[in-house]
Design a protein around this ligand. Structure first.
Ligand code: TYD
Ligand code: MG
Length: 453
């Protein structure tokens, strides 16, 4: 009899070890180590079988950019890089209740209405529950087939028999393969089931959407290898207190990454928001100290967002640095640069930064915006409401050039801003917009002279 090989897997991050460990050395979580059967025979699980084994000259291979499947929801199509590519696997992760199932059901209803046969496999809800959700969002196409199933073998059999145009698995953590003894959702089950499903998709050209649960750190649960296996990884973001939902592309083999799509959760499902800048600026307080607008590039699109800062004196204890939407270490660094270069003593002040609307900014181009909002709150002087700022800030306080200035300025002009403070070292880019007054600065020492009106 063949010996079954077992390995210990961290259920949080997928780390493997030969013996049981109390604390995972990779992610630091306690008590996540579980013994699981390890599949050693590549067999059907290897991707090798699905590719053409004969070498082909690249100019004889046919593939057309226009072959993409359009969902009819413009924000989704853009996030996917211009529609769904045949045979591609898309992984979509997000907190529970954020709207993953709702979004995919809406997308699938659109595709089904356009004549495509859709197979929606759910291991989380009953057919009646899916029907009730469908009723809310108006999903009633007869091409939209619902299958409540968790067995991988049965799912694959149905796909083979039905030959749908597209498949959704809600969620990959509920699917299990009887070839493996571990529980559904365990690392080896996820590897096995997603591997088989992706292979099916590559072989047949049927695109597949996998919904994935996330860990409490917000990463897709299970092995990191899952993210390597799929072609596109989307994260659904947004906090439960807000109706806004942002879908972000963190990996895409067929298009630009970091592209975002903005939605609002309404009574009848998710509604796309085609002008997010207007949305994020709609509640902006004018003339309030600590508020500034920055143009940030999200993928290929510039987005205007408001950064708010609150700097208040700390009379006891260690000053706090609390940030929402921007990197906490970056803010500490910029506060130290301000202290050194501008002589603003932030050291004994609490700093709170918030990016309005639940957006996450991770571009260095927002550095100057963070500094401006801190300065404004610290000095208690409001920033001119018609001014935007952007630029990267270095450790000596120099303001550095950032990419795609033209697009940022154009978006700001479109939203009615008439003045921008930007790096002086702009090189090749020719800013054509004439209505915009441009104030260029080389160091943050010059900032306060231009910021306040
Ligand atoms: P759901 O898609 O079930 O989330 P997930 O699959 O990510 O766990 O979303 C459920 C939430 O969405 C729930 O809080 C109710 C809300 N919702 C609406 O506000 N409007 C709607 O039309 C629908 C279908 C759901
Ligand atoms: Mg769901």
């Amino acid at each position: 009899m063949k010996k079954i090989k077992t390995t210990f897997f961290c259920q949080n991050c997928g780390h493997q070890s030969a013996k049981w460990l109390g604390r995972c050395p990779s992610c630091g979580e306690w008590n996540q180590c579980v013994e699981e059967e390890e599949r050693v025979t590549p067999g059907e699980g290897s991707l090798g079988a699905c590719f053409n084994e004969e070498p082909l000259s690249i100019d004889t291979i046919t593939a057309d950019e226009k072959d993409r499947l359009l969902t009819g929801i413009a924000e989704i199509d853009r996030v996917l890089g211009g529609g769904i590519v045949g045979g591609s696997a898309v992984l979509i992760g997000g907190d529970p209740g954020i709207g993953k199932s709702t979004l995919l059901l809406q997308v699938m209803q659109n595709l089904a209405a356009s004549g495509l046969v859709v197979l929606y496999v759910s291991g989380e809800e009953s057919a009646r529950q899916i029907k009730l959700r469908g009723g809310r969002i108006g999903a009633s196409s007869k091409n939209l087939m619902v299958l409540v199933e968790v067995s991988l073998e049965n799912i694959l059999r149905h796909i083979r028999e039905m030959r749908p145009g597209i498949v959704v698995i809600d969620s990959i953590q509920t699917v299990y393969s009887s070839a493996i003894t571990s529980a559904p959702g365990s690392v080896s089950q996820i590897k096995e089931t997603s591997g088989k499903l992706i292979m099916m998709s590559k072989k047949t050209g049927i695109p597949i959407f996998l919904i994935g649960h996330v860990t409490k750190e917000g990463l897709i649960a299970g092995p990191k290898i899952l993210e390597h296996m799929v072609d596109t990884v989307l994260y659904f973001e947004g906090d439960s207190g807000h109706a806004f939902r942002i879908i972000r592309n963190v990996k895409n083999r067929y298009g630009p990454t970091n592209e975002i799509g903005v939605f609002e959760m309404r009574e009848h499902g998710l509604v796309e928001i085609s002008n997010p800048s207007a949305l994020f600026l709609s509640e902006r307080p004018r003339g309030a100290p600590g508020s500034v607008v920055v143009p940030s590039m999200e993928g290929t699109r510039p987005l205007l967002v408001e950064i708010q800062a609150l700097v208040s004196e700390n009379t006891f204890g260690i000053p706090r640095r609390t940030t929402i939407g921007v990197d906490h270490n970056r803010v500490s660094l910029l506060a130290a640069v301000m202290e050194k270069v501008c002589g603003l003593h932030l050291g004994n002040h609490d700093i709170f930064i918030n990016v309005a609307g639940g957006v996450k900014l991770d571009e260095p181009a927002v550095d100057l915006g963070i500094i401006s909002s801190l300065m404004s709150s610290f000095l208690n002087r409001p920033i001119d409401a018609e001014t935007i700022v952007f630029g990267e800030v270095g450790l000596t306080g120099e303001v550095r050039n950032v990419g795609r200035m033209d697009e940022r300025i154009k978006e700001a002009a479109r939203m009615g801003f008439n003045r921008c403070i930007l790096p002086g070292t702009s090189f090749s880019e020719t800013v054509t917009d004439t209505q915009m007054t441009r104030v260029t600065i080389d160091t943050i020492k010059e900032l306060s002279g231009h910021l306040f009106m």
